[in-house]
Design a protein around this ligand. Structure first.
Ligand SMILES: C[S@@+](CC[C@H](N)C(=O)[O-])C[C@H]1O[C@@H](n2cnc3c(N)ncnc32)[C@H](O)[C@@H]1O
Length: 270
């Protein structure tokens, strides 16, 4: 496990993932019923961008740095939350901030040091449980949730060449256990072929009601670069796609280069 998210926190991929995560949670919370948020690859939860690893790579300057400077009203919910939370919030911090008293967050992290930091960051946080464990194994352990409503965020590091295949296999197994869950799966776009293969595996596996929300900073031509990223959503909640479109478009304008694109593609029907 070489990947440490602290080097990448606040980069353009985090902006896409976190701005969409807020819209997903908001859409699900239109219903009063309790829900479980399961964050399978949680990281440490809070990141100091002004020193340490994040400052070393400076990736955040091309991400949240630009987003905060742009003051785009379409991103106000995201930027307000970032400012309120102080240190740059990772996915578990964003989810925890939006939990209602009836909701729960289970955050899993496998790296022992990062899991310990995550635990410290959420000590005494109401409704939050931190587990040092494999996120894919957690899908089997925690699904289906007793609440019968769940948002499952899957955000692997993609450091191994077989990561898309591992992801698809575990996603299909989780879907078989909990078909009505809302799954949000982050994926990198270096070039199109692996992403297409991932979508096809889900199509062939019979997963219904899937959309792909994507931001391409530049055309996906050079496979050595992270040209864009997406969040695949299974069972998108009512109102999410409408809310996500202006968010993606604003991010494209702020973060895109010539040839950039953003949008939502339907992968399988309801
Ligand atoms: C992209 S980062 C997560 C960032 C976080 N979701 C956020 O948005 O703030 C991926 C994380 O997964 C952790 N990780 C890697 N393999 C894992 C596994 N099998 N189960 C759980 N966590 C894992 C890494 O240590 C890393 O912290």
């Amino acid at each position: 496990m070489n990947y440490r998210h602290a080097f990448h926190a606040g980069n353009f991929a985090d902006c896409v993932k976190h701005a969409l995560l807020i819209q997903l949670l908001r859409a699900m919370q239109r219903k009063d019923k309790p829900l479980l948020v399961l964050d399978t690859h949680a990281g440490i939860g809070r990141y100091d961008l002004t020193g340490g690893p994040a400052e070393k790579t400076g990736e955040w300057r091309e991400g949240i740095g630009r987003v905060l400077a742009a003051h785009d009203p379409a991103l106000a919910e995201y930027t307000t939350l970032i400012r309120q939370l102080g240190l740059y919030p990772g996915s578990p911090a964003i989810a925890a901030a939006l939990l209602r008293p009836v909701d729960r967050l289970v955050a899993c992290e496998l790296h022992p040091e990062d899991a310990a930091t995550l635990r410290r960051n959420f000590r005494n946080a109401p409704g939050v449980a931190v587990h040092e464990r494999d996120g894919f194994e957690a899908l089997r352990a925690f699904l289906p949730p007793p609440e019968k409503r769940g948002l499952i965020l899957i955000d692997p590091p993609f450091e191994r060449p077989d990561e898309f295949a591992t992801l698809a296999k575990n996603l299909l197994a989780a879907y078989a256990k909990f078909r009505t869950g809302v799954y949000a799966v982050w994926y990198p776009i270096k070039h199109r072929a692996p992403v297409r293969a991932f979508f096809e595996t889900l199509q062939l596996g019979g997963v219904r009601d899937v959309i792909a929300t994507e931001l391409l900073r530049r055309p996906a031509l050079d496979p050595a670069r992270l040209n864009g990223c997406g969040v695949l959503v299974i069972n998108p909640p009512y109102g999410f796609a409408q809310a996500a479109l202006p968010v993606l478009d604003a991010l494209r304008v702020i973060l895109g280069e010539p040839g950039s694109a953003a949008g939502i593609e339907r992968i399988t029907d309801e």
